[in-house]
Design a protein around this ligand. Structure first.
Ligand SMILES: Cc1cc2nc3c(=O)[nH]c(=O)nc-3n(C[C@H](O)[C@H](O)[C@H](O)COP(=O)(O)OP(=O)(O)OC[C@H]3O[C@@H](n4cnc5c(N)ncnc54)[C@H](O)[C@@H]3O)c2cc1C
Length: 513
C-alpha cells in the first residue's frame, strides 16, 4: 500500500523532459506534491533528431505552462500545417496531408463532401476540395497572424523544431519553473526489491537514487525495460522496411528565403527524403531501406536533392530499428520514447506518442503500489493498440502506391508485407469511407481526417454507389466550394508569409491567452 511519492526518470532527451514536465506540472512537484528526479548521463548524448511534431504539442506545451513565444524563439521553431508528399503515388504526383478539419466550420462530414465532389469530377484533388489549408500552406502563408494570442490560430498547426534546443529549453523550464530535480550521472546498476520491482539505481559516482516508480527514457539504450527487465523487442521490419537515415542541416541561402509551412516528404527509389524548414536552417534527411539500396547510392540521391551540395555539410548516419517492446509497463517501471520503441519518422509519430504516453501516465498515476498492476495492464493494452495503428498508418503511405519502378515499392505493395489489420481496413474502405467508428479509442494518435487525407490524396477509390442518398445536394456542395474558395482568397490576403510572422514573433512576441 506504499504511496507513490517519488518518481525517477532516466534520460534527458525529448521523452525524459516532456514526461518530467507533465508529471511535475500535474502532480504539483514544486508545491511539495510528487517528487520528480531526472537523471541523465553526460557521457551519452541525446538522439537530437525529431524535428516534425503533431498539433497535440500545442496543448502539451500549454498544459505545462510554457510560453509559446519563448518556445518559438528558443527552439528555432516554425509552424507546420501538415505534410506534402511528392512522388508517392506514381513518382510524379503530389498530395497534401493537412491538419485542418474544415468540417468543424460547416458540420458537413468530409467524406460526404468528397462523395459528392466525385460525382461531378473524377480527377478532383482531395485536399483542395475539402479544405483551405493546403492552398494557404503551399503559398507559404502562416496559420495565424501576430494578433492571435499564443496557441490560438486560423488554421490548425503543429511545429517544426530543433530537437537539441528543445531538450535544453524543456530542461530549464522543468528545473526553474516546475521543481524537477536534475541529477547528472551515469546509471551503472539497477537494484531490485524482493517483489521484482526496481528499488533504486546506483550511479557511477556511487550515489543511490531511490523511487517508487521509475520511467525509462534512456533512448535506444533501454536501460531499465531492456537491459534490466529483458522485455522482448518485437521487430516490425517485415512491414516497415526503412532502417537507416542520413541527416544533414542545411543553411538558407538568404535570411529572407521563404520558410515552408509543411514538411516536404519526397519519395525516392528505396525510401524518402524529409525537408523541414526551421527559422535558422533546414533539416534534410534520406530515410531508406538498406536491403534495397546501398549507402553510397543513398548519399548520391541526397546529393541530387541538395543540388550537388552535400559535400558542404556533415551528414549523420542513424540506424533505425523498427519495432517496440512487448510491454512498456513492467512492475514499477514504464518505458517512454525510444526505449519503448520506434518506427521510421514518416508522419512524425514519435513525439506525439511520447506526449500521449506521458498524458496517460500522469493522469492515471497510481496513488499507491497496490493500484499499479491494474493500471499497468490497461496501459500496455492501449499502447499495443497505438503501436499497431502507427504501423498501419505509416504502411498505408507505401502499400497503396502504384509505383513499380523499384523493388522497394513492389515489395511494399506485396500482401505479405501489409498487416492484416490494415488489409481489413482497406477492404472495408473500398465500400465505405474511413469514419471515427473504424477506430477504437477516444484519443487516437491519428484522427480520421488524417487517414482520409492520405487515402484519397493517393487516389484510393471508395465505391460510394451503394449509398447515393448520402450525397450532398448540389446547391449545398456549390455553396461549400464557393465558401472554401472565398476563404482561401481571404486568408491569402490577410495572413502573413511564414517567415514574416516568425520574425515578428521574435521581435514583439505574441499576446498571452
Ligand atoms: C532519423 C530520425 C528522425 C526522427 N524524426 C522525428 C520526427 O520528425 N518527429 C518525431 O516526433 N520524432 C522523430 N524521431 C524520434 C525522436 O528523435 C525521438 O522520439 C526523441 O528524440 C526522443 O528520444 P528519447 O528522449 O527517447 O531518447 P534520447 O534523446 O536518445 O535520450 C536518451 C537519454 O538517456 C540518457 N542515458 C542513456 N544511458 C544512460 C545511463 N546509463 N545513465 C543515465 N542516462 C542515460 C542519455 O544521456 C539521454 O539523455 C526521429 C528519430 C530518428 C532516429
Amino acid at each position: 500500500m506504499s504511496p507513490i511519492k517519488q518518481i525517477a526518470i532516466v534520460g534527458g532527451g525529448t521523452a525524459g523532459w516532456l514526461t518530467a514536465a507533465r508529471l511535475a506540472a500535474h502532480h504539483k512537484t514544486k508545491a511539495g506534491g510528487v517528487a520528480v528526479t531526472l537523471i541523465e548521463s553526460s557521457a551519452v548524448p541525446i538522439a537530437g533528431v525529431g524535428e516534425g511534431t503533431w498539433p497535440t504539442l500545442r496543448s502539451t506545451l500549454s498544459k505545462i505552462g510554457v510560453s509559446e513565444t519563448e518556445f518559438i524563439i528558443k527552439c528555432d521553431a516554425t509552424f507546420k500545417q501538415g505534410a506534402r508528399f511528392d512522388g508517392w503515388q506514381t513518382g510524379s504526383d503530389s498530395y497534401f496531408h493537412a491538419f485542418a478539419d474544415a468540417g468543424n466550420r460547416t458540420n458537413l462530414p468530409l467524406e460526404r463532401i468528397w462523395q459528392s465532389v466525385k460525382v461531378h469530377s473524377s480527377d478532383a484533388v482531395y485536399a483542395n476540395e475539402i479544405c483551405f489549408q493546403a492552398a494557404i500552406a503551399q503559398q507559404g502563408k502562416a496559420p495565424k497572424d501576430i494578433t492571435h494570442p499564443e496557441y490560438d490560430s486560423v488554421a490548425n498547426y503543429a511545429y517544426h523544431l530543433d530537437a537539441g534546443k528543445f531538450a535544453t529549453f524543456m530542461r530549464e523550464h522543468c528545473i526553474n519553473n516546475l521543481g524537477v530535480k536534475h541529477v547528472i550521472g551515469h546509471v551503472e546498476c539497477v537494484n531490485s526489491a524482493t517483489n521484482g520491482d526496481i528499488a533504486s539505481l546506483t550511479l557511477q559516482n556511487g550515489q543511490i537514487i531511490e523511487a517508487d516508480l521509475f520511467v525509462d527514457c534512456s533512448g535506444f539504450h533501454a536501460l531499465l525495460i531492456g537491459k534490466h527487465y529483458d522485455v522482448p523487442f518485437i521487430s516490425q521490419s517485415q512491414y516497415l522496411f526503412a532502417d537507416t537515415a542520413l541527416a544533414v542541416q542545411v543553411p538558407y541561402e538568404h535570411e529572407s528565403t521563404p520558410i515552408a509551412s509543411q514538411t516536404i516528404a519526397t519519395a525516392q527509389e528505396a525510401g524518402w527524403i524529409w525537408d523541414i524548414g526551421l527559422h535558422e536552417r533546414r533539416g534534410v534527411g534520406h530515410v531508406y531501406s538498406s536491403s534495397h539500396m546501398d549507402e553510397k547510392t543513398a548519399l548520391d540521391k541526397l546529393d541530387v536533392y541538395l543540388d550537388g551540395k552535400l559535400v558542404d555539410y556533415n551528414y549523420r548516419k542513424i540506424p533505425i530499428r523498427s519495432g517496440h517492446r512487448e510491454v512498456l509497463w513492467k512492475n514499477n517501471c514504464v518505458a517512454i520514447g525510444l526505449s519503448a520503441g520506434f518506427f521510421e519518422p514518416l508522419e512524425a509519430s514519435a513525439i506525439a506518442l511520447i506526449e500521449l504516453s506521458a498524458d496517460m501516465l500522469t493522469e492515471q498515476l497510481p496513488t499507491s503500489r497496490y493500484g499499479m498492476d491494474f493500471i499497468a495492464k490497461r496501459y500496455n493494452k492501449i499502447m499495443n493498440y497505438h503501436w499497431q495503428s502507427i504501423i498501419d498508418f505509416i504502411k498505408l503511405h507505401y502499400c497503396i502506391s502504384k509505383r513499380t519502378d523499384s523493388q522497394f515499392w513492389i515489395d511494399n505493395q506485396h500482401q505479405n508485407s501489409i498487416p492484416e489489420s490494415l488489409q481489413a481496413l482497406l477492404q472495408h474502405w473500398r465500400h465505405q469511407p474511413p469514419m471515427h467508428h473504424d477506430f477504437a479509442l477516444r484519443d487516437e494518435l491519428f484522427p480520421t481526417i488524417s487517414w482520409q487525407y492520405v487515402l484519397y490524396g493517393m487516389g484510393f477509390e471508395t465505391d460510394f454507389s451503394g449509398a447515393p442518398h448520402l450525397t450532398i445536394a448540389d446547391e449545398v456542395l456549390n455553396e461549400y466550394q464557393a465558401h472554401n474558395k472565398k476563404l482561401i482568397q481571404h486568408l491569402s490576403d490577410v495572413l502573413p508569409a511564414h517567415r514574416e510572422l516568425i520574425n515578428k514573433i521574435k521581435k514583439y512576441g505574441m499576446s498571452k491567452i
